[in-house]
Design a protein around this ligand. Structure first.
Ligand code: ZN
Length: 271
């Protein structure tokens, strides 16, 4: 991220945000225990409090899961954000004006605007593939799903769709004035040698891949019938990194956190 915080600003933000207040604002009132304050840990599932806040030293420590740190660490963990975003949240909370380097801020805005545009494109694509599943040409995909025993509810929940042959998605998006540059950047289109743009996915069953917030960032696609490769993923884009994404985690994350365990399986339909 292109934001920069000076040391002085960091110090002011730390001074203006009392850890105990921030924690109590997030998890409710803490119970005093000697020099510390105690609560059930917000980062792991427990019945007896092992989450301690030391108000004097302005640090917290959980003796259950080991998490600890200062008020910035707490916000990063609790809000699941990166360091700069945690600082921004705390600055807002304390009414501190954050001054950005104007050039960095402009660049940052450009990048975020483009990213949110890519999110939108992926969402339109997921809707398009979903719609195609119920079109005449989607019959082969519907039959496959039935054979695999995937109920309609599951298919709806996971937004499973179908990419027919042809360049329907690119036509639709360009008719909606989406720039080709963005289609290519989202990994939804690819370029023929003669420069023409075509759908990246065709004749495939489509599994939208979402981030932790449930926004579609990529697709996993299984061929229907013969052909290679059997599975094709969106290549890495601004939104998607294959090695850092676990399919289905948007649905599983709360339960994984609660039970403190996860079962990892190999395929999309196994999930
Ligand atoms: Zn804990």
């Amino acid at each position: 991220m292109a934001q920069r915080f000076s040391e002085d600003l960091k110090r002011r933000i730390l001074e203006a945000n009392n850890l105990l207040d921030v924690v109590q604002g997030a998890v409710g009132k803490l119970v005093r225990a000697g020099r510390n304050y105690k609560a059930c840990c917000p980062f792991h599932n427990e019945k007896t409090p092992s989450f301690n806040v030391n108000a004097e030293g302005q640090y917290f420590k959980c003796f259950g899961c080991g998490k600890g740190g200062n008020v910035i660490t707490f916000v990063m963990l609790y809000e699941r954000v990166e360091f700069p975003e945690a600082l921004r949240i705390l600055a807002d909370r304390a009414g501190i004006q954050v001054e950005y380097d104007p050039r960095a801020a402009e660049q940052y805005k450009k990048e975020t605007d483009f990213k949110s545009y890519l999110y939108r494109l992926n969402d339109v694509a997921a809707k398009y593939y979903r719609e195609q599943l119920f079109a005449d040409s989607g019959k082969v995909a519907r039959e496959y799903l039935k054979k695999r025993g995937l109920s309609e509810e599951i298919c709806e929940q996971f937004r499973i769709g179908y990419a027919p042959s042809g360049d329907g998605l690119v036509s639709r998006l360009t008719s909606q004035k989406a720039p080709l540059r963005a289609l290519l950047a989202a990994g939804l289109a690819s370029q023929r040698e003669n420069g023409a743009t075509r759908d990246f996915f065709f004749n495939r069953l489509m599994f939208p891949i979402s981030n932790m917030e449930g926004r579609v960032i990529a697709f996993g696609a299984r061929i229907l019938g013969d052909g290679e490769p059997k599975y094709l993923n969106t290549r890495d884009t601004l939104l998607f990194s294959k090695t850092q994404t676990v399919y289905g985690m948007d649905f599983a994350r709360d339960e994984v956190k609660k039970q403190n365990k996860a079962i990892i399986v190999e395929g999309y339909t196994d999930v």
